[in-house]
Design a protein around this ligand. Structure first.
Ligand SMILES: C[S@@+](CC[C@H](N)C(=O)[O-])C[C@H]1O[C@@H](n2cnc3c(N)ncnc32)[C@H](O)[C@@H]1O
Length: 351
């Protein structure tokens, strides 16, 4: 009985976040049309497509519930939500909107506050992805990022991230001679640390590592991760194309929502680098956006995504062949999954 109640509470929680996301997107869209109207006509999403999306989201919630129920991670993780950030920063999400609209209108994709040092980063990185204020390079951006992503995905961003946990845990079982506290897992482009927090819940004893190019996002990740029990994950500023680790070091490596923001050459460099640092027998789990091949019915939305939000590499990403890229690096046993708006590749480095 209590399981049924918990499941109902979880479904209601997800539904509530979804309605909140819809309300936010509708209101902010109307406000934009009043204050900063665009010349581009946005075709409304059909009722049929909305129904399909709702079904995909419900399926995601069901799998999320099932994975918690079978002990991949604690049920409490399903209700994890950055409430403090929500109350502190949600009003700022609204206050920031006029700047976002202006950058969008002016096609200004490299707009950074004067105090931000943009030197030393790859040129593909120094821009305002999603028209975000300061790109990934300020504390303001790091504080608003998770709220913005949650609104975009109708409260399902974490449920999509959590889909990496079951394959990660399953594939790590090959290391039968390694105790849990000797397992090393790296999350590349860890952003504000939400995925690392989830991995900590699923693998409480493993040694966790996170890298990202943004010092501000790493600072935010450090804040989040220092609040949870267990060893503090080691965070390092690093380009995923050149990881500062020894060959064959990690048992598992994860990447969430990185690849669609990389140009094609960088994508292959990151996959090659992942292969280098993973141990023979180890696993690489990728979570990123859906692609045309798995979701042709959502093609219209995918084109809308890179046009509406500034996502300069997404168009190429939509048709990029990741299976080929992973094989080219040397990975084998490549599996693929799709959940709601995300796609997953699970690949093994041969022994
Ligand atoms: C869309 S965010 C995803 C963040 C996080 N993984 C998540 O689940 O929300 C992309 C992240 O990739 C980082 N990033 C982009 N290019 C990178 C690169 N070449 N090396 C390391 N981090 C990179 C950004 O700083 C940002 O934190």
């Amino acid at each position: 009985m209590s399981d049924i109640l918990t499941k109902l509470t979880y479904q209601t929680f997800q539904q509530g976040k979804n309605y909140f996301g819809i309300a936010h997107r509708t209101l902010s869209g109307r406000l934009k049309e009043m204050i900063s109207p665009s010349d581009r006509q946005i075709k409304p999403v059909s009722g049929e497509l909305i129904f399909k999306l709702q079904q995909r989201q419900n399926n995601l919630n069901e799998i999320d519930w099932q994975d918690a129920e079978r002990g991949i991670y604690p049920v409490s993780l399903l209700f994890d939500n950055p409430w403090e950030d929500f109350f502190k920063y949600y009003p700022i999400v609204w206050l920031d909107l006029p700047q976002i609209w202006e950058r969008n209108k002016q096609k200004n994709y490299q707009d950074f506050s004067a105090e931000i040092n943009t030197q030393g980063y790859p040129s593909y990185y120094v821009q305002n992805f999603h028209h975000q204020t300061d790109g990934y390079l300020s504390d303001l951006s790091a504080n608003l990022y998770d709220l913005q992503v949650e609104v975009l995905f109708g409260g399902s961003a974490d449920a999509m991230r959590r889909r990496i946990l079951a394959p990660l845990k399953e594939k790590l079982k090959v290391f039968t001679d390694v105790s849990f506290n000797q397992l090393r897992v790296l999350d590349i482009a860890c952003g504000t640390g939400r995925t690392l927090k989830m991995i900590r819940n699923a693998l409480p004893q493993a040694s966790l590592f996170g890298t990202d190019l943004s010092p501000a996002y790493l600072r935010k990740a450090n804040q989040l991760l220092s609040q949870i029990p267990g060893e503090l994950p080691q965070l390092l500023q690093a380009n995923s194309e050149e990881l500062p680790y020894l060959d064959n070091y990690f048992h598992g490596l994860t990447s969430v929502f990185l690849f669609h923001e990389l140009p094609p050459v960088a994508r292959q460099n990151v996959i090659n680098e992942a292969f280098r640092v993973i141990k023979p027998g180890g696993v690489f789990v990728i979570c990123d956006s859906i692609q045309l091949s798995d979701s042709p019915d959502l093609e219209y939305m995918m084109h809308g995504f890179y046009e509406t939000f500034h996502e300069p590499y997404y168009r190429h990403y939509m048709t990029d062949n990741f299976e080929e890229r992973l094989q080219q690096a040397g990975f084998v046993d490549i599996e693929m999954q799709v959940h709601f708006m995300s796609k997953y590749f699970i690949a093994r480095k041969p022994n």
